[in-house]
Write a protein that binds this ligand. Structure first.
Ligand code: CP
Length: 330
């Protein structure tokens, strides 16, 4: 019997979530992204692997990092990049998400990057179009490229992801970043802890293979990575914390609470940060501990790797190679 080859390639045409990706697929994307870091740091940042291809950014929610870095990633790879302005589109004349997607699809884009406030909307859209779709964040469901850029930041700093203790703190309940990171970190063999008030930790989340803490210092004890999350007020219907000041007192990261983590623990945050709400300025700006701006830098490299992967233009993706026909069994 043949032993199956190790799964070290990235095969899916869409990137809709981290859930379901194998460690080999994640490693393949991280390796490819790592290769783009040096290119992005150089003066000449252009490659032409996506020359002739078209990328459309379709963001139904605000974004600074994700939209800009997908635009940069596409342009650096030589693609034509269109940023759809949802605010001035025909969506305001009653056109639905699906009709909008099918309209754009008729113009033959190669990749649609979509952010939408509803969980599952990007997956639904991907079933209605013929191009590749990358999820730029859907509701509180998944934000796959954020988890990949977080993983690349961690791997470059710590050399590995497996075996690390990663503590994710804050509004877990409304966070697509938390969900994608939990899937990725578990798949790559890290130990994941969650810290937050009971109102912001979903019930039964332990089933995802995480430990839950409501006391921040206990959750941070011995952590290698401290990942802070903002309160996602735009997704909250009702009051989840008594006050922002109280939230900071119990769950805001400052030097005193950070002292519970390992002395070389890294401080991460997907952004946008709210100083004095979930993180103190002295920690956010500590150049020895905080890698927040490095996460942004890795975002461009990761999105370049993802664009190449879904278009089959990466040297290592199977889609880039001619497909061999399976022999019929006699
Ligand atoms: N981390 C993140 O998704 O940031 P933006 O909302 O600015 O894209």
């Amino acid at each position: 019997m043949n032993t199956p080859a190790p799964d070290t390639h990235f095969a899916p045409r869409h990137i809709l979530g981290i859930e379901g990706l194998s460690s080999g697929e994640i490693t393949c994307l991280l390796d490819a992204a790592d290769g783009f870091v040096a290119l992005n740091r150089g003066r000449q940042k252009k490659s032409n692997s996506l020359q002739g291809l078209t990328l459309i950014n379709l963001f139904f929610e605000d974004s600074t990092r994700t939209r800009t870095s997908f635009e940069l990633a596409g342009k650096r790879l030589g693609a034509d990049v269109i940023n759809m302005s949802v605010a001035t589109s025909s969506i305001h004349k009653g056109e639905s998400l699906i009709d909008t997607a099918m309209t754009l699809n008729a113009m033959h884009p190669d990749v649609l990057v979509v952010r939408h406030p509803h969980s599952g909307a990007v997956q639904l859209l991907s079933q209605k179009v013929t191009c590749a779709v990358i999820n730029g964040g859907d509701g509180s469901h998944e934000h796959p490229t954020q988890a990949l850029l977080d993983a690349l930041t961690i791997r470059r700093r710590k050399g590995t992801i497996g075996g690390l203790v990663v503590t994710i703190c804050g509004d877990i309940a409304h966070s697509r970043v938390a969900r994608s990171n939990i899937h990725l970190l578990n798949t790559m063999g890290a130990r994941v802890r969650l810290v937050g008030p009971p109102t912001l930790i979903p019930p039964m989340i332990e089933r995802m293979g995480v430990e839950v803490f409501h006391d921040m210092k206990k959750g941070l004890e011995g952590a290698d990575i401290v990942m802070m999350l903002r309160l996602q007020l735009e997704r909250m219907h009702g009051t989840f914390v008594p006050s922002l000041r109280e939230n900071f007192h119990f769950y805001g990261l400052d030097a005193d609470k950070l002292a519970a983590a390992k002395p070389d623990a890294l401080v991460m945050h997907p952004g946008p940060i709210n100083r004095g709400v979930e993180i103190d300025t002295s920690v956010a700006d500590d150049i020895d501990r905080s890698v927040i701006t490095e996460q942004v830098e890795m975002g461009v490299a990761v999105r370049m790797a993802c664009l190449e992967a879904v278009t089959g233009t990466a040297a290592t993706t199977p889609a880039a190679k001619p497909k061999r026909k399976k022999k019929a069994r006699s």
